[in-house]
Design a protein around this ligand. Structure first.
Ligand code: 5AD
Length: 487
């Protein structure tokens, strides 16, 4: 049977999509190759968030094809994911030896298309069409299939797409409209994972806090009149219909009702044997009081939140179409920390959005000082095709973006270092995930507040919740003393 090598660029959603494709191919008899040099099929799962990520994948594919054509005749090459979706056939025009372009709603068709290509029945396949129900197709896992050993943590895709349309962001165009799986479907997948030994689940989606807010495209529509039918046990309660189209069939949304996302968290929380729940990526506007209260109420929900703020300036936030103000963002942070003291808080920030003035940028610096993020991922603004910001006046010159990025990085790193150093001497409870990637003599686990801890452990620690005393820190890493492990 053929072997496949999948290289993944970008976010955790991409990692999860690659895993699901790999699992699908393994189920069809494919083997997983260690590198592109020994694989019959090479797939690059791509990221479009910044131009840099696209160029890296394009360069990689050119070199893989160049080498493959010389050394492995018949090797199959494919792009999948976000850049495949946004560029489509243009990719084949650019790289005529490319065999497959698989869009973000087509991952489940990978095996079928590769069969065709390997058998020589088709020369090129480009499929980037929308597909109803595709949000429910990222469900297969490769838990124990690799040399990594038994998985303690797993990603579960709960929804696809984004309707927020931030003016800088390409994701609504690459991932499509928001579509959610039912609570029942997700819980069934989580239960299976826990039965196989998984102890921590990360719920994934492009904007998880909007989970279930839009009418799902596929299920539950009665064929006769389009009325929403909430079958018992299907998980969607009756009010989950997108505003602003009031339905005569559904009761109005009550103020105090929990959002579908919080309902999902509760359902997953009820799974016996599951120890920890994480999720990413949320939108700050989704942190209503119900979600804040969930942190106080649900012990398995870890004390960690990723809140992408993007900018500290109200003027820029508005231009970005973020839907919150600086003051509202600070209020959410305050409430979260009150609900869960010691909460780890991270963020994403875009530097150099069009029209960002020195004063705007200073507001971002001051917000970082005020919040004291444990870490923040800084992105240099990159113009993306068809996004409103790409056509905005006052695009910021590269040197200015570089300078601001360096200043912000220095601030964020200094705050992060202080926060990490404060753990020295503390006892933290980590869930041990396995050997560290860089040094397999070391084991790695994470604190509830999402900090990586390295310690001299062994296989017997895998999957355990261990109390470890922190002795020193590295760059965004904590080290636990092996002598005190298990105290
Ligand atoms: N330029 C730079 N960064 C971007 N991001 C999204 N779009 C862009 C862009 N055009 C960043 C945001 C987002 C993260 C995943 O990527 O900060 O939260």
């Amino acid at each position: 049977m053929p072997s496949v090598y999948i290289k993944t660029y970008g976010c955790q959603m991409n990692e999860r999509d690659s895993e699901a494709v790999a699992a699908q191919l393994v189920a069809k008899g494919y083997t997983l190759a260690a590198s592109e040099h020994v694989a019959d099929v090479v797939l690059l799962n791509t990221c479009s968030v910044r131009d840099n990520a696209e160029q890296t994948a394009l360069n990689k594919m050119s070199s893989v094809i160049g080498l493959g054509r010389k050394e492995r005749p018949g090797q199959i090459f494919g792009f999948m994911g976000c850049m495949a979706q946004s560029r489509g056939k243009e990719l084949v025009d650019r790289l005529p030896d490319l065999d497959l372009v698989l869009g973000t709603q087509k991952f489940h068709r990978a095996a079928e298309y590769l069969d065709e290509l390997l058998a020589g029945r088709r020369k090129h396949i480009v499929d980037t069409a929308a597909e109803t129900g595709s949000e429910g197709t990222i469900r297969e896992h490769l838990l124990n299939g690799s040399a990594k050993g038994k998985s303690v943590t797993a990603f579960v895709s709960i929804m696809q797409g984004c309707n927020q349309y931030c003016t800088f962001c390409i994701v609504p165009y690459t991932r499509g409209e928001e579509r959610s799986r039912s609570i029942e479907d997700i819980v069934t997948e989580c239960r299976k994972l826990v039965a196989q030994g998984v102890r921590e689940i990360t719920l994934l989606g492009q904007i998880v806090t909007s989970y279930g807010r839009r009418r799902p495209l596929t299920p539950f529509l009665s064929p006769s009149d389009g009325e929403r039918v909430s079958k018992p046990g299907e998980g969607f309660v009756q009010n989950l219909v997108a505003p602003p189209l009031p339905s005569p069939f559904l009761p109005p949304r009550k103020e105090k009702e929990e959002s579908p996302f919080v309902q999902l968290l509760e359902a997953v929380h009820a799974i016996d044997g599951l120890e920890r729940i994480r999720f990413t990526s949320p939108h700050p506007k989704g942190y209503g009081d119900d979600l804040v209260e969930a942190y106080a109420r649900l012990p398995k929900l870890v004390a960690s939140a990723h809140l992408p703020v993007q900018s500290g300036s109200d003027r820029v936030l508005k231009l970005m179409h973020r839907g919150y103000t600086r003051a509202r963002f600070l209020q959410i942070i305050h409430k979260l920390r009150a609900a869960r003291p010691g909460m780890g808080i991270t963020s994403d920030i875009v530097v150099g959005f069009p029209g960002e003035t020195e004063a705007d940028f200073e507001e971002t610096l001051s917000l970082c000082r005020e919040v004291e993020f444990d870490n923040a991922y800084l992105f240099k603004y990159s113009q993306r095709k068809d996004t409103p910001a790409a056509a905005m006046p006052d695009q910021i010159p590269e040197e200015l973006i570089e300078g601001r990025h360096a200043r912000l990085l220095e601030t964020v790193n200094a705050i992060g270092k202080r926060k990490y150093d404060a753990f020295i001497g503390q006892l933290v409870r980590i869930l041990v995930e396995g050997p560290s990637k860089k040094n397999s003599a070391r084991f790695t686990g994470r604190t509830p507040c999402n900090k990586i801890v390295l310690f001299d452990g062994s296989e017997r620690h895998r999957g355990q919740l261990l109390d470890v005393k922190i002795t020193r820190t590295g760059s965004f890493t904590l080290y636990g003393d092996p002598a005190i492990v298990g105290l």
